[in-house]
Design a protein around this ligand. Structure first.
Ligand code: BES
Ligand code: MN
Ligand code: MN
Length: 457
């Protein structure tokens, strides 16, 4: 297989560049034709690679691209999940090369979606092609590629519920996370959940002259700032009553094991230009970004925001606030607790409206399953080093849903790096990482088939 991969490396890269040229941004309706174009592109490539029954399944939102290759009902079936939608490219002026005109610099492909998730998803299409062309496909395989991950996967949820038979499988395989470094591979064995809300604070019924009224009326912006400050205490613990109620404390052994994971605080700070870090007391940086819940303001606005100055007391103030959740917190419950508390701490002089956005549940994946061991062995072959199981800080809400609806665990073989700038300007994906993925994925199929057979006999 390695010979085939080497011989076709240039074409594999070219094809990814073509996919990256399509601005399939899911959050903005204006890009809908491009979203459909990306789906068409994948349909054609899956067919070319040898998949059967490839179809573009319409939903009320963006379509799901489905395809399969069923070779033997006695072999295990792998369901590959990935997403072809991307985040918006803004702020566009901070890109060194245009986000949808991919450029290779220093061995890395620069484009929106290069890592999240077009590059990582397309590794699976090319790994599949490789297995087909070299006669090495050892499992049945199904592809389910969606176009709404970045906006909450709303319609994929219905699709999964309505198509349980069609997508029936033994394991789910996803590349939409990262690894520690190019020398130290890791497998993501946990994701945080998410609770996302928007708040609106209203004071006077219109914007007021701050000289005529200032000092005697509530200023919603001042009050919003105070309310946000009241959400955490001096130890950076979240004040919302009941917030930590369901959080599972890790055992001393688990925390010790986590501390063994290779991590450099100096590099962490340097890479993002920080003099110091901060966060919840008594937890390490690695713990703060994986096993602990968080609360962050993602946007805050109101009042006069144009050039120059305007002396005004705004009528309204707004913020977008998100909380990352850990097992066994529930997104619905946390959203309710936040809403209750936020409404309760508001002074009588203002009114508060809280509107929930999408959410998602946290997950942890067992490391003793046949599928995990197969993935681990695959990495060990290609990296010459056993991958470290790591809980990730990001969210892929659909993973918990797969477990609930299909009873299946997901194996998250991520090949990205934290420094790949996903969701940021100058997102990129190393060609090393892309090719390593294409090399490692077929080995997962090989070991998964072998180990499943052994486990059965
Ligand atoms: N692929 C990411 C999630 C991710 C990245 C997990 C790196 C672990 C490591 C995914 O596309 C994403 O951005 N998820 C969103 C949530 C979604 C509901 C918008 C997130 O985590 O903010
Ligand atoms: Mn993603
Ligand atoms: Mn993303």
């Amino acid at each position: 297989m390695n010979k085939y991969i080497k011989e076709n490396e240039q074409r594999f890269i070219e094809e990814l560049l073509d996919l990256l040229k399509i601005p399939s941004v899911s959050t903005d309706k204006k890009f809908k034709p491009d979203v459909l174009k990306a789906a068409d592109f994948l349909k054609e490539k899956l067919e070319k690679a040898g998949a059967d029954k490839v179809e573009i399944c319409p939903t009320e939102g963006n379509p799901i691209v489905y395809g399969e290759k069923l070779i033997d009902k006695n072999l295990p079936t792998v369901l590959v999940y990935g997403h072809y939608d991307v985040q918006p490219a803004d702020p566009i002026e901070l890109w060194k090369s245009p986000p949808f005109q991919p450029e290779i610099r220093d061995g890395k492909i620069y484009a929106r979606g290069a890592c999240d998730d077009k590059g990582q998803m397309y590794m699976h299409v090319k790994a599949f092609e490789t297995m087909m062309e070299t006669g090495n496909l050892t499992c049945n395989v199904k592809f389910m590629l969606e176009g709404e991950e970045e906006i909450g996967s709303e319609h994929l949820v219905d699709f999964v519920k309505e198509n349980k038979e069609k997508i029936a499988a033994d394991v789910i395989l996803i590349s939409d996370t990262g690894m520690i470094s190019n020398e130290i591979p890791s497998i993501t064995v946990g994701l945080r959940g998410l609770s996302y809300l928007e708040v609106e604070v209203t004071g006077p019924n219109r914007d007021l002259h701050s000289g005529l009224y200032g000092g005697a009326v509530p200023n919603p912006l001042n009050i919003l700032a105070e309310m946000i400050a009241a959400l955490k205490d001096e130890y950076q613990c979240i004040n919302i009553p009941g917030f930590y109620e369901d959080v599972e404390d890790l055992s001393r052994e688990d925390r010790k094991a986590m501390a063994q994971a290779p991590f450099s605080l100096e590099d962490f700070k340097k890479e993002i230009g920080l003099k110091d870090v901060e966060g919840e007391v008594n937890y390490s940086t690695l713990e703060r970004v994986s096993i602990r819940p968080t609360l962050d303001v993602n946007g805050i606005w109101g009042g006069y925001m144009e050039e120059g100055a305007k002396t005004v007391i705004p009528s309204k103030a707004y913020a977008k606030i998100s909380m990352r959740l850990v097992p066994h917190q529930s997104s619905e419950k946390i959203t309710q607790l936040f809403t209750d508390y936020f409404t309760q701490i508001a002074p009588k002089s203002v009114s508060v409206k809280v509107t929930p956005h999408h959410g998602g549940e946290p997950v942890v994946i067992p490391t003793d399953s046949v599928a995990y061991l197969a993935a681990s062995q695959a990495y060990e072959d290609t990296f010459k080093r056993k991958p470290v199981p790591m809980r990730g800080g990001g969210s892929i809400p659909i993973v918990a849903m797969f477990k609930d609806e299909l009873g299946l665990d997901s194996i998250m073989m991520g090949f990205g790096l934290d420094s790949d700038a996903i969701h940021s300007p100058n997102e990129h994906f190393g060609i090393f990482n892309y090719m390593k993925g294409i090399e490692t994925i077929p080995l997962f199929y090989k070991y998964y088939a072998e180990m499943t057979k052994k486990a059965k006999s």
